[in-house]
Design a binder for this molecule. Structure first.
Ligand SMILES: Cc1ncc(COP(=O)(O)O)c(C=O)c1O
Length: 390
């Protein structure tokens, strides 16, 4: 029996660029002690206090169907957090709770794109973006950035390449580059959205991981609140990746319509998970800083490790749990380097090519292991690059 074009074309055919990752997983299964610097998973689990809140909520009876848009308490808490951080008036009516940021990304594209509409996104990109767009029956269009502008899109490219599109998806702090978009870039994004009448889908799941400067939500820029859907998540801010809880924040009338999509797809998020998320958010900024602290520390350790050599160049990054390293001086592709590093040193990193064409000749390192092991892996990686470049 034939399946729909929508489902059979989600991956876009061909390799998904994750071969090195799968190879590392196979080696680990075979007992090889691989140092894993591939995916965005914290080396700490969800905190005991949050798990206790989850347990108490479940034992207390919050195990039935929860309200589809989210519990009133969590929607209000998320709205208050966004209002306080961005200055944009935000109420529970602006919030839909979703099973993670990924479900929010899909719901947002489904909400704003008709089948066949063009949905733009920035390359390098988080691996699921093109597939999410295709899954929503829209047509992905990459705006390819350059390492020369630290992978920030330029005003000219944004305006020219989003003509005729329905939406633009941006992500700051950025996965995979760790770059935090400058105020100038964000204004250029807003200008392009207004000039070309686009919806902006703003993926802000790393908003608590900023090492330098500040996170600016583009929803707060003039004229943007009515055309922006913000994607948020508890995954990175509270080490709750497995709990699958996130949100969309947008205009109340849009949220009301997207609730209809939730009713007919996910039917909401487990009540006890939402109670735990509400508890977690009410613990305040200190808890978020505690979860982010290891990555802040390891970013500094990365810069220290790279000082005094000139084979590997770090993309100047200000946030998120990754560093993107330019290894072009070795003469290798990101994929070639990552494969050779895995074979020679049993260190697994992601090739830049896994995240689009802009990051070719780069590797992404997830700073997700204990500091001492991280520093050791980095020094072996640097020595390996020097050997290849010689
Ligand atoms: C940029 C970006 N957006 C969205 C997500 C999805 O996060 P989740 O579905 O766990 O909230 C991730 C996960 O790694 C990500 O890196």
């Amino acid at each position: 029996m034939k399946l729909s074009h929508r489902i059979t074309h989600i991956t876009g055919g061909g390799s998904d660029g994750w071969d090195v990752f799968y190879k590392a997983r196979r080696m680990i299964a075979d007992g090889v002690p691989v140092t894993e610097l591939t995916i965005g998973e914290h080396d700490i689990g969800t905190s005991r206090a949050i798990l206790d809140a989850m347990h108490d909520a479940a034992v207390g009876g919050h195990t039935g169907y929860a309200m589809v848009p989210g519990t009133d308490a969590l929607r209000k808490t998320v709205a208050a957090r966004i209002a306080a951080r961005t200055g944009v008036p935000t109420t529970a009516d602006n919030i839909l709770i979703t099973p993670g940021g990924q479900a929010a990304l899909y719901a947002a594209h489904t909400a704003v794109c008709n089948p066949g509409d063009t949905a733009a996104y920035i390359d390098p990109y988080y691996a699921t973006y093109p597939g999410t767009i295709r899954g929503a029956s829209a047509v992905p269009k990459a705006i390819v950035t350059s390492p020369d502008t630290a992978f920030q899109p330029t005003a000219d490219a944004l305006k020219a390449q989003t003509k005729g599109a329905k939406s633009l998806l941006v992500n700051t702090p950025n996965n995979p580059t760790g770059v935090v978009y400058s105020a100038a870039t964000l204004h250029a994004i807003a200008d392009a959205c207004i000039a070309n009448d686009l919806w902006l889908i703003s993926d802000e799941v790393y908003d608590t991981q900023v090492w330098e400067g500040a996170h600016i939500s583009p929803r707060s820029l003039p004229g943007m609140a009515d055309r922006t859907l913000v994607v948020g998540s508890m995954s990175k801010s509270h080490a709750m990746t497995g709990s699958r809880v996130g949100w969309i924040c947008g205009p109340a009338d849009a949220i009301e319509q997207i609730v209809n999509l939730a009713t007919h797809t996910t039917y909401g998020v487990a009540g006890f998970i939402q109670d735990a998320a509400d508890f977690a958010l009410n613990q305040g900024d200190a808890v978020e800083e505690e979860v982010a602290a290891p990555f802040r520390r390891r970013q500094a350790l990365t810069m220290q490790a790279l000082a005094g050599q000139n084979v590997i160049r770090a993309v100047p990054a200000q946030g998120a749990m990754y560093v993107m390293l330019d290894i072009r001086a070795t003469g290798m592709s990101g994929e070639g380097f990552a494969n050779a590093l895995l074979d020679a040193e049993q260190i697994a990193v992601m090739p830049g090519e896994s995240f689009g064409q802009a990051a070719a000749g780069h590797i992404r390192v997830a700073m997700t292991i204990a500091d001492d092991r991280y520093v050791d892996a980095l020094s072996r990686l640097i020595a390996f690059a020097a050997m290849k470049a010689a």
